[in-house]
Design a protein around this ligand. Structure first.
Ligand SMILES: *Cc1c(COP(=O)(O)O)cnc(C)c1O
Length: 409
Protein backbone atom coordinates (compact mmCIF):
# COMPACT_ATOMS: atom_id res chain seq x y z
CA UNK A 1 0.00 0.00 0.00
CA UNK A 2 2.14 2.82 -1.25
CA UNK A 3 1.19 6.26 -0.15
CA UNK A 4 2.93 7.48 -3.30
CA UNK A 5 -0.42 7.17 -5.03
CA UNK A 6 -1.42 10.30 -3.12
CA UNK A 7 1.82 12.21 -3.64
CA UNK A 8 1.92 13.65 -7.13
CA UNK A 9 5.32 15.22 -6.56
CA UNK A 10 6.83 11.78 -6.38
CA UNK A 11 5.14 10.48 -9.53
CA UNK A 12 8.04 11.20 -11.85
CA UNK A 13 10.23 9.11 -9.55
CA UNK A 14 8.02 6.06 -9.70
CA UNK A 15 9.67 4.64 -12.76
CA UNK A 16 13.13 5.58 -11.60
CA UNK A 17 14.72 2.35 -10.61
CA UNK A 18 12.17 -0.46 -10.70
CA UNK A 19 8.39 -0.79 -10.69
CA UNK A 20 5.46 -3.10 -11.19
CA UNK A 21 3.10 -2.45 -14.09
CA UNK A 22 -0.52 -3.51 -13.64
CA UNK A 23 -2.48 -3.81 -16.89
CA UNK A 24 -6.14 -3.17 -16.15
CA UNK A 25 -7.01 -4.13 -19.72
CA UNK A 26 -5.67 -7.63 -19.08
CA UNK A 27 -7.55 -7.77 -15.78
CA UNK A 28 -10.83 -6.85 -17.49
CA UNK A 29 -10.16 -9.45 -20.15
CA UNK A 30 -9.62 -12.16 -17.53
CA UNK A 31 -12.73 -11.25 -15.54
CA UNK A 32 -14.82 -11.34 -18.72
CA UNK A 33 -13.36 -14.67 -19.81
CA UNK A 34 -13.97 -16.21 -16.39
CA UNK A 35 -17.50 -14.81 -16.12
CA UNK A 36 -18.33 -16.24 -19.54
CA UNK A 37 -16.94 -19.63 -18.52
CA UNK A 38 -19.21 -19.91 -15.45
CA UNK A 39 -22.37 -21.95 -15.24
CA UNK A 40 -25.54 -19.91 -15.55
CA UNK A 41 -26.44 -19.93 -11.84
CA UNK A 42 -22.91 -19.18 -10.59
CA UNK A 43 -21.45 -15.79 -9.71
CA UNK A 44 -17.86 -14.61 -9.56
CA UNK A 45 -16.05 -13.72 -6.35
CA UNK A 46 -12.80 -11.86 -7.01
CA UNK A 47 -10.27 -12.99 -4.41
CA UNK A 48 -8.20 -9.91 -3.59
CA UNK A 49 -6.40 -11.04 -0.41
CA UNK A 50 -2.74 -10.13 0.13
CA UNK A 51 -3.27 -6.80 -1.68
CA UNK A 52 -4.72 -8.70 -4.66
CA UNK A 53 -1.72 -11.04 -4.88
CA UNK A 54 0.52 -7.97 -5.08
CA UNK A 55 -1.57 -6.21 -7.76
CA UNK A 56 -3.26 -3.60 -5.53
CA UNK A 57 -6.51 -4.65 -3.83
CA UNK A 58 -8.57 -1.48 -4.24
CA UNK A 59 -7.88 -1.01 -7.95
CA UNK A 60 -8.32 -4.70 -8.74
CA UNK A 61 -11.55 -4.86 -6.74
CA UNK A 62 -13.00 -1.80 -8.48
CA UNK A 63 -12.14 -3.07 -11.95
CA UNK A 64 -13.29 -6.63 -11.23
CA UNK A 65 -16.64 -5.40 -9.85
CA UNK A 66 -17.22 -3.10 -12.80
CA UNK A 67 -16.44 -5.95 -15.21
CA UNK A 68 -18.63 -8.73 -13.80
CA UNK A 69 -17.49 -9.88 -10.36
CA UNK A 70 -20.23 -9.65 -7.69
CA UNK A 71 -18.32 -10.54 -4.51
CA UNK A 72 -14.90 -9.86 -3.03
CA UNK A 73 -12.89 -12.30 -0.96
CA UNK A 74 -10.10 -11.33 1.45
CA UNK A 75 -8.16 -13.18 4.15
CA UNK A 76 -8.17 -10.67 7.01
CA UNK A 77 -10.35 -7.99 8.56
CA UNK A 78 -7.91 -5.12 7.77
CA UNK A 79 -7.97 -6.20 4.13
CA UNK A 80 -11.75 -5.89 4.15
CA UNK A 81 -11.62 -2.52 5.92
CA UNK A 82 -9.21 -1.17 3.31
CA UNK A 83 -11.75 -1.95 0.58
CA UNK A 84 -14.62 -0.36 2.51
CA UNK A 85 -12.55 2.75 3.26
CA UNK A 86 -12.03 3.21 -0.45
CA UNK A 87 -15.80 3.30 -0.90
CA UNK A 88 -16.42 -0.23 -2.21
CA UNK A 89 -19.92 -1.39 -1.29
CA UNK A 90 -19.96 -4.95 -2.70
CA UNK A 91 -20.28 -7.91 -0.30
CA UNK A 92 -16.91 -8.87 1.19
CA UNK A 93 -16.19 -12.33 2.58
CA UNK A 94 -13.39 -12.68 5.14
CA UNK A 95 -12.04 -16.15 4.39
CA UNK A 96 -9.44 -16.29 7.16
CA UNK A 97 -9.84 -17.05 10.84
CA UNK A 98 -11.50 -14.36 12.95
CA UNK A 99 -11.64 -14.76 16.71
CA UNK A 100 -11.05 -11.56 18.63
CA UNK A 101 -13.75 -9.20 19.83
CA UNK A 102 -11.96 -6.33 18.14
CA UNK A 103 -12.39 -8.14 14.86
CA UNK A 104 -16.08 -8.78 15.53
CA UNK A 105 -16.53 -5.05 16.17
CA UNK A 106 -14.76 -4.11 12.96
CA UNK A 107 -16.72 -6.68 10.96
CA UNK A 108 -20.04 -5.33 12.19
CA UNK A 109 -18.97 -1.72 11.80
CA UNK A 110 -17.67 -2.15 8.27
CA UNK A 111 -20.37 -4.52 7.10
CA UNK A 112 -17.98 -7.38 6.36
CA UNK A 113 -18.99 -11.06 6.30
CA UNK A 114 -16.95 -13.50 8.38
CA UNK A 115 -16.27 -17.20 7.97
CA UNK A 116 -17.27 -19.31 10.97
CA UNK A 117 -15.55 -22.62 11.50
CA UNK A 118 -16.70 -23.81 14.92
CA UNK A 119 -19.67 -23.57 17.31
CA UNK A 120 -17.47 -21.86 19.88
CA UNK A 121 -16.54 -19.13 17.46
CA UNK A 122 -20.18 -18.72 16.44
CA UNK A 123 -21.11 -18.28 20.08
CA UNK A 124 -18.49 -15.56 20.55
CA UNK A 125 -19.87 -13.73 17.54
CA UNK A 126 -23.47 -14.07 18.60
CA UNK A 127 -22.84 -12.86 22.13
CA UNK A 128 -20.63 -9.99 21.08
CA UNK A 129 -23.20 -8.84 18.54
CA UNK A 130 -26.13 -9.10 20.90
CA UNK A 131 -24.30 -6.98 23.49
CA UNK A 132 -22.78 -4.44 21.22
CA UNK A 133 -25.05 -3.92 18.29
CA UNK A 134 -28.25 -5.87 18.49
CA UNK A 135 -27.98 -6.34 14.75
CA UNK A 136 -27.96 -9.31 12.41
CA UNK A 137 -24.69 -10.34 10.86
CA UNK A 138 -24.44 -12.37 7.65
CA UNK A 139 -22.03 -15.27 8.24
CA UNK A 140 -20.54 -18.06 6.12
CA UNK A 141 -19.98 -21.53 7.49
CA UNK A 142 -16.89 -23.39 6.40
CA UNK A 143 -16.83 -27.16 6.20
CA UNK A 144 -13.55 -29.09 6.12
CA UNK A 145 -13.88 -31.77 3.44
CA UNK A 146 -10.22 -32.71 3.19
CA UNK A 147 -8.03 -29.62 3.18
CA UNK A 148 -7.45 -29.96 6.96
CA UNK A 149 -7.20 -26.22 7.31
CA UNK A 150 -10.12 -24.05 8.47
CA UNK A 151 -13.53 -25.67 8.70
CA UNK A 152 -15.88 -27.83 10.76
CA UNK A 153 -15.68 -31.59 10.01
CA UNK A 154 -17.92 -32.43 7.07
CA UNK A 155 -19.44 -35.43 8.87
CA UNK A 156 -21.00 -33.09 11.45
CA UNK A 157 -21.97 -30.26 9.14
CA UNK A 158 -25.67 -30.53 9.99
CA UNK A 159 -25.04 -30.19 13.75
CA UNK A 160 -22.88 -27.14 13.16
CA UNK A 161 -25.49 -25.51 10.96
CA UNK A 162 -28.27 -26.27 13.44
CA UNK A 163 -26.21 -24.76 16.25
CA UNK A 164 -25.51 -21.54 14.39
CA UNK A 165 -29.06 -21.30 13.14
CA UNK A 166 -30.39 -21.14 16.70
CA UNK A 167 -28.01 -18.37 17.77
CA UNK A 168 -29.44 -14.86 17.79
CA UNK A 169 -27.84 -12.28 15.53
CA UNK A 170 -26.33 -14.63 12.94
CA UNK A 171 -27.75 -15.17 9.50
CA UNK A 172 -26.21 -18.03 7.50
CA UNK A 173 -25.45 -16.77 4.00
CA UNK A 174 -23.41 -19.65 2.66
CA UNK A 175 -21.92 -23.04 3.40
CA UNK A 176 -18.60 -23.57 1.73
CA UNK A 177 -15.47 -25.66 1.55
CA UNK A 178 -12.03 -25.46 -0.03
CA UNK A 179 -10.23 -27.92 -2.31
CA UNK A 180 -6.71 -29.18 -1.65
CA UNK A 181 -5.75 -30.64 -5.03
CA UNK A 182 -7.83 -28.88 -7.68
CA UNK A 183 -4.74 -28.16 -9.80
CA UNK A 184 -3.69 -31.82 -9.89
CA UNK A 185 -4.56 -33.53 -13.20
CA UNK A 186 -5.59 -36.58 -11.12
CA UNK A 187 -9.12 -35.78 -9.82
CA UNK A 188 -9.31 -38.58 -7.20
CA UNK A 189 -8.93 -36.44 -4.07
CA UNK A 190 -10.93 -33.59 -5.57
CA UNK A 191 -13.83 -35.97 -6.24
CA UNK A 192 -13.61 -37.32 -2.70
CA UNK A 193 -13.88 -33.76 -1.36
CA UNK A 194 -16.72 -33.08 -3.79
CA UNK A 195 -18.65 -36.13 -2.52
CA UNK A 196 -18.09 -35.13 1.10
CA UNK A 197 -19.30 -31.62 0.36
CA UNK A 198 -22.39 -33.03 -1.37
CA UNK A 199 -23.04 -35.30 1.59
CA UNK A 200 -22.75 -32.39 4.02
CA UNK A 201 -25.06 -30.26 1.90
CA UNK A 202 -27.60 -33.09 1.68
CA UNK A 203 -27.67 -33.35 5.49
CA UNK A 204 -28.13 -29.61 5.81
CA UNK A 205 -30.83 -29.53 3.14
CA UNK A 206 -33.03 -31.77 5.30
CA UNK A 207 -33.25 -28.99 7.91
CA UNK A 208 -32.94 -25.96 5.69
CA UNK A 209 -35.87 -25.55 3.33
CA UNK A 210 -34.06 -22.66 1.63
CA UNK A 211 -30.48 -23.80 1.32
CA UNK A 212 -27.85 -21.04 1.73
CA UNK A 213 -25.43 -20.30 -1.10
CA UNK A 214 -22.90 -23.07 -1.88
CA UNK A 215 -19.33 -22.55 -3.13
CA UNK A 216 -16.31 -24.79 -3.46
CA UNK A 217 -14.17 -23.82 -6.46
CA UNK A 218 -10.90 -21.87 -6.52
CA UNK A 219 -9.27 -20.94 -9.86
CA UNK A 220 -8.21 -24.47 -10.73
CA UNK A 221 -11.63 -26.00 -10.08
CA UNK A 222 -13.33 -23.08 -11.83
CA UNK A 223 -11.26 -23.67 -14.96
CA UNK A 224 -11.23 -27.48 -14.87
CA UNK A 225 -14.54 -28.58 -13.34
CA UNK A 226 -17.68 -26.70 -14.43
CA UNK A 227 -19.78 -29.09 -12.32
CA UNK A 228 -18.19 -27.53 -9.21
CA UNK A 229 -19.24 -23.95 -9.94
CA UNK A 230 -22.30 -24.19 -7.63
CA UNK A 231 -23.67 -20.73 -6.73
CA UNK A 232 -20.34 -18.93 -6.71
CA UNK A 233 -16.65 -19.45 -7.50
CA UNK A 234 -13.78 -17.90 -5.53
CA UNK A 235 -11.18 -16.95 -8.10
CA UNK A 236 -7.75 -15.53 -7.35
CA UNK A 237 -4.80 -16.58 -9.46
CA UNK A 238 -6.60 -16.79 -12.81
CA UNK A 239 -7.98 -13.28 -12.32
CA UNK A 240 -4.35 -12.18 -12.47
CA UNK A 241 -3.85 -14.03 -15.74
CA UNK A 242 -1.95 -17.09 -14.60
CA UNK A 243 -2.96 -20.74 -14.91
CA UNK A 244 -2.85 -22.88 -11.76
CA UNK A 245 -1.42 -25.75 -13.82
CA UNK A 246 -0.30 -26.31 -17.44
CA UNK A 247 -3.14 -28.76 -18.23
CA UNK A 248 -5.65 -25.96 -17.59
CA UNK A 249 -4.21 -23.67 -20.27
CA UNK A 250 -6.70 -24.83 -22.89
CA UNK A 251 -9.77 -23.85 -20.84
CA UNK A 252 -10.00 -20.05 -21.17
CA UNK A 253 -7.60 -17.45 -22.54
CA UNK A 254 -5.95 -15.42 -19.79
CA UNK A 255 -3.49 -12.52 -19.96
CA UNK A 256 -0.93 -11.84 -17.21
CA UNK A 257 -1.82 -8.58 -15.45
CA UNK A 258 1.53 -7.89 -13.76
CA UNK A 259 4.79 -6.96 -15.40
CA UNK A 260 7.96 -6.25 -13.46
CA UNK A 261 10.40 -3.69 -14.89
CA UNK A 262 13.59 -1.97 -13.89
CA UNK A 263 16.19 0.32 -15.38
CA UNK A 264 19.81 -0.11 -16.27
CA UNK A 265 21.65 2.11 -13.81
CA UNK A 266 25.24 1.44 -14.89
CA UNK A 267 27.09 -0.14 -17.82
CA UNK A 268 30.61 -1.49 -17.80
CA UNK A 269 33.05 -3.58 -19.80
CA UNK A 270 34.86 -6.38 -18.01
CA UNK A 271 37.82 -8.55 -18.96
CA UNK A 272 38.05 -12.38 -18.99
CA UNK A 273 38.64 -13.67 -15.45
CA UNK A 274 36.61 -10.90 -13.79
CA UNK A 275 34.22 -12.10 -11.09
CA UNK A 276 30.71 -10.65 -10.83
CA UNK A 277 28.75 -9.91 -7.61
CA UNK A 278 28.98 -11.44 -4.12
CA UNK A 279 30.84 -14.72 -4.02
CA UNK A 280 31.95 -14.43 -7.64
CA UNK A 281 29.54 -17.19 -8.64
CA UNK A 282 29.94 -15.87 -12.19
CA UNK A 283 33.34 -15.27 -13.75
CA UNK A 284 33.66 -13.78 -17.25
CA UNK A 285 35.22 -16.13 -19.78
CA UNK A 286 35.46 -13.51 -22.52
CA UNK A 287 35.46 -9.74 -22.74
CA UNK A 288 31.94 -8.75 -21.74
CA UNK A 289 29.66 -5.78 -21.45
CA UNK A 290 27.52 -6.01 -18.35
CA UNK A 291 24.71 -3.85 -17.03
CA UNK A 292 23.70 -3.18 -13.45
CA UNK A 293 19.90 -3.25 -13.07
CA UNK A 294 18.19 -1.49 -10.19
CA UNK A 295 16.17 -4.35 -8.77
CA UNK A 296 17.04 -7.06 -6.26
CA UNK A 297 15.72 -9.58 -3.80
CA UNK A 298 14.30 -6.96 -1.42
CA UNK A 299 12.07 -5.90 -4.30
CA UNK A 300 10.70 -9.40 -4.80
CA UNK A 301 13.10 -11.15 -7.19
CA UNK A 302 14.06 -14.38 -5.40
CA UNK A 303 17.80 -14.57 -4.79
CA UNK A 304 17.58 -18.28 -5.61
CA UNK A 305 17.14 -17.24 -9.25
CA UNK A 306 20.74 -15.96 -9.38
CA UNK A 307 22.47 -17.11 -12.60
CA UNK A 308 19.26 -18.91 -13.69
CA UNK A 309 17.00 -16.38 -15.41
CA UNK A 310 16.84 -14.28 -18.54
CA UNK A 311 15.51 -10.75 -18.75
CA UNK A 312 14.40 -8.73 -21.77
CA UNK A 313 16.30 -5.69 -23.01
CA UNK A 314 15.23 -4.00 -26.24
CA UNK A 315 13.13 -7.09 -26.93
CA UNK A 316 16.20 -9.30 -26.68
CA UNK A 317 16.56 -12.11 -24.14
CA UNK A 318 19.77 -11.81 -22.09
CA UNK A 319 21.16 -13.70 -19.09
CA UNK A 320 21.21 -12.54 -15.51
CA UNK A 321 24.71 -13.16 -14.10
CA UNK A 322 26.18 -13.39 -10.62
CA UNK A 323 24.31 -13.40 -7.33
CA UNK A 324 21.23 -11.21 -7.16
CA UNK A 325 21.82 -8.62 -4.40
CA UNK A 326 19.34 -6.81 -2.20
CA UNK A 327 18.65 -3.88 -4.54
CA UNK A 328 20.55 -4.66 -7.73
CA UNK A 329 21.58 -7.38 -10.13
CA UNK A 330 23.84 -7.72 -13.14
CA UNK A 331 22.97 -8.86 -16.65
CA UNK A 332 25.05 -9.78 -19.68
CA UNK A 333 24.41 -7.21 -22.42
CA UNK A 334 27.46 -8.01 -24.55
CA UNK A 335 25.25 -8.72 -27.58
CA UNK A 336 22.78 -5.86 -27.21
CA UNK A 337 23.79 -2.85 -29.30
CA UNK A 338 23.11 0.81 -28.47
CA UNK A 339 22.28 0.42 -24.80
CA UNK A 340 22.33 3.35 -22.44
CA UNK A 341 22.02 3.85 -18.75
CA UNK A 342 18.34 4.47 -18.04
CA UNK A 343 17.11 1.89 -20.56
CA UNK A 344 14.28 -0.37 -19.40
CA UNK A 345 14.60 -4.04 -18.58
CA UNK A 346 11.64 -6.43 -18.32
CA UNK A 347 11.97 -9.12 -15.67
CA UNK A 348 8.42 -10.48 -15.87
CA UNK A 349 6.22 -9.67 -18.82
CA UNK A 350 6.31 -9.40 -22.56
CA UNK A 351 8.39 -7.59 -25.15
CA UNK A 352 7.30 -8.47 -28.66
CA UNK A 353 7.40 -12.23 -29.12
CA UNK A 354 9.36 -12.87 -25.93
CA UNK A 355 7.65 -13.36 -22.61
CA UNK A 356 8.87 -14.16 -19.11
CA UNK A 357 6.44 -15.74 -16.68
CA UNK A 358 6.00 -16.07 -12.93
CA UNK A 359 5.33 -19.77 -13.55
CA UNK A 360 8.86 -20.19 -14.87
CA UNK A 361 10.36 -18.45 -11.82
CA UNK A 362 8.19 -20.61 -9.58
CA UNK A 363 9.47 -23.80 -11.21
CA UNK A 364 13.08 -22.65 -10.89
CA UNK A 365 12.69 -21.81 -7.19
CA UNK A 366 10.53 -24.85 -6.32
CA UNK A 367 7.53 -22.77 -5.34
CA UNK A 368 4.23 -21.73 -6.92
CA UNK A 369 3.36 -18.68 -9.01
CA UNK A 370 1.05 -17.40 -6.24
CA UNK A 371 4.11 -16.82 -4.04
CA UNK A 372 6.08 -15.15 -6.83
CA UNK A 373 3.28 -12.62 -7.43
CA UNK A 374 2.87 -11.91 -3.70
CA UNK A 375 6.58 -11.18 -3.31
CA UNK A 376 6.13 -7.96 -5.33
CA UNK A 377 3.69 -6.34 -2.94
CA UNK A 378 6.15 -4.88 -0.49
CA UNK A 379 8.59 -2.44 -1.99
CA UNK A 380 8.08 -1.50 -5.60
CA UNK A 381 5.83 1.32 -6.75
CA UNK A 382 2.90 0.20 -8.82
CA UNK A 383 1.95 1.82 -12.12
CA UNK A 384 -1.42 1.05 -13.70
CA UNK A 385 -1.85 0.99 -17.46
CA UNK A 386 -4.76 -0.12 -19.60
CA UNK A 387 -3.82 -1.93 -22.79
CA UNK A 388 -7.50 -2.00 -23.81
CA UNK A 389 -7.86 1.78 -23.99
CA UNK A 390 -4.29 3.17 -24.15
CA UNK A 391 -4.83 6.85 -23.27
CA UNK A 392 -2.74 9.28 -25.35
CA UNK A 393 -0.06 10.06 -22.78
CA UNK A 394 1.01 6.45 -22.61
CA UNK A 395 0.15 5.30 -26.11
CA UNK A 396 3.70 4.85 -27.18
CA UNK A 397 4.77 2.87 -24.16
CA UNK A 398 1.70 0.69 -24.22
CA UNK A 399 1.80 0.01 -27.94
CA UNK A 400 5.39 -1.01 -27.70
CA UNK A 401 4.62 -3.64 -25.17
CA UNK A 402 1.16 -4.92 -25.73
CA UNK A 403 0.97 -7.95 -27.98
CA UNK A 404 -2.76 -7.51 -28.57
CA UNK A 405 -2.68 -4.16 -30.33
CA UNK A 406 -0.75 -5.69 -33.18
CA UNK A 407 2.37 -3.61 -32.77
CA UNK A 408 5.78 -5.23 -33.04
CA UNK A 409 8.50 -4.07 -30.75
C1 LIG B 1 -7.00 -17.92 -1.75
C2 LIG B 1 -8.29 -18.63 -1.77
C3 LIG B 1 -9.00 -18.81 -2.97
C4 LIG B 1 -8.45 -18.41 -4.32
O1 LIG B 1 -7.53 -19.39 -4.78
P1 LIG B 1 -6.85 -19.31 -6.24
O2 LIG B 1 -6.22 -20.64 -6.40
O3 LIG B 1 -5.86 -18.21 -6.20
O4 LIG B 1 -7.95 -19.07 -7.20
C5 LIG B 1 -10.25 -19.41 -2.90
N1 LIG B 1 -10.77 -19.83 -1.71
C6 LIG B 1 -10.10 -19.69 -0.54
C7 LIG B 1 -10.73 -20.17 0.72
C8 LIG B 1 -8.85 -19.11 -0.53
O5 LIG B 1 -8.18 -18.99 0.62
Amino acid sequence: MLSWDKTPALHPMRRCRAWVEIDLGALKHNVQQLARHLNAQSTLMAVVKADAYGHGAVTVAQVALSTGARWLGVATVPEGVELRESGIAAPILIMGAVNSLEEVDAIAHWNLQPTLVSPKQALVFSEALAQRFGTTLPVHLKIDTGMSRLGFPWQSAAEFVRFVQRLPGLQIKSIYSHLATADDPDPTILRQQHQRYEAAIAQVAQQFPALPKRHLANSAATLGYPDLHYDMVRVGLSLYGLYPAPHLESTVSLKPVMQVKARITHLKDIQPGTGVSYGHTFVAERPMRIAVVGIGYADGVPRALSNCISVLVNGQRVSQIGNITMDQMMIDVTDVPNLREGNEVTLLGREGENSLTANHWATLTKTISWEILCSFKHRLPRITIDSSTAPPFQTERVLKRSGDVGEKH
